[in-house]
Ligand binder design. Structure first.
Ligand SMILES: [Zn+2]
Length: 423
C-alpha cells in the first residue's frame, strides 16, 4: 500500500495514452480522420493527460468547466482545477459528434470525440484573461489588458486563440520526442511514484525549475529535504521563451549540483512535458496539482514563482493557496480538492555577514551584505560575459553555463524588469 499522497481527483491516475494493439489500431483509424492542427500548449496538455499528469482530466474542458475554473477554480463536477485546459480552433466545419485527429507539426498526438463546440468571443477571451492572468502587481493595475497585450505571453496566447473551443474525451497516441530526447529525466507520474515508494518516501517535496539551479534553489531543495522525506527536482522540458536556457543544459547543471552537494538518495530528478503558460500564481497552483499526481505532497513556492514581468506580487503564488477551495469548503468530495500543500519559503540568498545562505526571514542585514541576483540578471550577465558575484552559483554549474553561452551564435537580448533587480 502506497503511503504517497493519492492522485488528484479521487479516481487514481487517469492515463489516456494507448499502448500495444489498441494504440496500433487507433493510429490506423486516426490516419483516416479529419486533422486539426493544435498549439504547442495543447500538445503538452495532451501528453500530460496521456501519462496521468493531469488526472483526473481525460479530455478538453467544456464551457461549464472553463467558466467554473476561471471563476472559482472548480470544474462542473466540483473538482478543483486552477487553469483552463481548453482546445481552440478556427475550423468552421467540425461539429459535435465528429471524431478528429489532433496534429502538431505533422505528428498525430491524439484522437478526440467532439462532445461540445462553443464560441469564444473577444469578450470571452478577455474575461478569461482578467480572471486567470490578472494579479496584484504593478502592471496589473489600471488598464491591465492594454499592458498585458504588449508584455504578457500568457495573455497574448489566449487572445490569439481561435473562435471556438472544442471539448471531449481524448485518446493519446504519442508522447512526442520526450521519451527519447530527454530519456534520462522524462518521467511519467507512475514512474516517479515507483521511485519514491522504493525509497520508502511518504512526504515528498517538489522543486519546480525552469532556470538553471543556483545556490538559492539548492538552499530551497535542502530545506525541503530537512522537513520531508526527499525532494523531487522537477524541470520543465517543454518550450520556453527565447533567451531561456534549454532543458538539456539545465539538466546537466542539476546533475553537477546533486553529485557535488546533495546526499544522493534524498533527491530524485525528473522532467515534465509542459510549456510555460505564464499564468503567474495560478500556474503555481497548477504546479502543485500535477505534482500531486506525481506523488508530491509539498510544493516549494518561493518568491515570484512563475512570475511574469511585474504583473504579480512577489508572494502572490504563496497567498493564492489560502484563497482556493479546500475539502471543507465547496469541494463536495475530499478527493476533488487539492491535497498537495505549498512549502512557502521566503526569498533566499547568500549573506556575507551571516556567512551562509539565509532568507529575508532569517537575515537581519542589508542589501549590500547579500548576494542578490535573479535568474534573469544572471542570464544577462552570462550572455554578456560579465563577472558573476561569488557565492551566487556553484563553480561547476557556472562552468556549464559559460560553455553553453560561448557556443551560442545568436545572442538574444534579455529584458530585465523590476522583479529581477532584487529591490
Ligand atoms: Zn545576513
Amino acid at each position: 500500500m502506497s503511503e504517497l499522497v493519492p492522485p488528484h481527483g479521487g479516481k487514481g491516475l487517469i492515463c489516456c495514452l494507448l499502448e500495444g494493439a489498441g494504440l496500433e489500431s487507433e493510429k490506423k483509424k486516426a490516419n483516416g480522420l479529419k486533422k486539426l492542427e493544435i498549439s504547442p500548449r495543447a500538445k503538452g496538455d495532451l501528453i500530460m493527460m496521456g501519462i496521468g499528469g493531469f488526472s483526473p482530466l481525460d479530455g478538453f474542458m467544456t464551457k461549464l468547466d472553463w467558466k467554473g475554473v476561471c471563476e472559482d477554480f472548480l470544474m462542473a463536477d466540483g473538482t478543483f482545477w486552477p487553469v483552463p485546459v481548453t482546445l481552440d480552433t478556427n475550423d468552421e466545419s467540425v461539429k459535435v459528434g465528429d471524431e478528429v485527429a489532433l496534429v502538431h507539426e505533422g505528428e498525430i498526438y491524439a484522437t478526440m470525440k467532439i462532445t461540445e463546440k462553443y464560441e469564444m468571443t473577444e469578450a470571452d477571451k478577455r474575461w478569461e484573461c482578467e480572471k486567470v492572468y490578472k494579479g496584484e502587481g504593478e502592471d496589473s493595475q489600471g488598464d491591465f489588458m492594454a499592458k498585458a497585450l504588449e508584455d504578457h505571453p500568457g495573455v497574448q496566447m489566449v487572445m490569439a486563440q481561435g473562435k471556438y473551443n472544442l471539448a471531449g474525451p481524448v485518446r493519446v497516441l504519442s508522447e512526442g520526442d520526450y521519451p527519447t530526447k530527454y530519456a534520462d529525466v522524462y518521467q511519467r507520474p507512475a514512474e516517479a511514484r515507483r521511485i519514491f515508494e522504493e525509497r520508502g518516501w511518504k512526504e515528498v517535496a517538489a522543486l519546480q525549475l525552469r532556470n538553471p539551479m543556483h545556490r538559492s534553489h539548492e538552499h530551497l531543495a535542502k530545506i525541503a529535504v530537512d522537513v520531508c522525506d526527499g525532494v523531487y527536482i522537477h524541470s520543465l522540458v517543454g518550450n520556453l521563451k527565447p533567451g531561456d536556457i534549454p532543458a538539456e543544459v539545465r539538466v546537466k547543471c542539476i546533475d553537477a549540483l546533486v553529485k557535488g552537494y546533495f546526499v544522493e538518495d534524498k533527491v530524485v530528478q525528473g522532467g515534465y512535458p509542459l510549456d510555460m503558460r505564464y499564468a503567474g500564481p495560478r500556474e503555481g497552483l497548477l504546479h502543485a496539482t500535477f505534482r500531486q499526481n506525481y506523488g508530491v505532497s509539498r510544493m516549494i513556492i518561493g518568491r515570484d514563482h512563475a512570475g511574469v514581468g511585474d504583473f504579480y506580487g512577489m508572494f502572490e503564488a504563496q497567498t493564492i493557496f489560502d484563497k482556493i477551495p479546500y475539502a471543507a469548503d465547496v469541494c463536495p468530495m475530499p478527493g476533488k480538492a487539492l491535497i498537495c500543500t505549498p512549502l512557502k519559503i521566503d526569498w533566499t540568498f547568500y549573506c556575507h555577514k551571516c556567512d551562509g545562505m539565509a532568507s529575508l526571514r532569517t537575515c537581519p542585514h542589508g542589501k549590500d551584505d547579500r548576494v542578490l541576483l535573479s535568474g534573469t540578471k544572471l542570464r544577462k550577465g552570462l550572455s554578456e560575459g560579465t563577472e558573476i558575484p561569488d557565492h551566487f552559483g556553484r563553480e561547476e554549474v557556472l562552468e556549464i553555463l559559460r560553455e553553453y553561452y560561448a557556443g551560442l551564435t545568436e545572442k538574444v537580448e534579455i529584458k530585465t524588469h523590476k522583479a529581477a533587480d532584487g529591490q
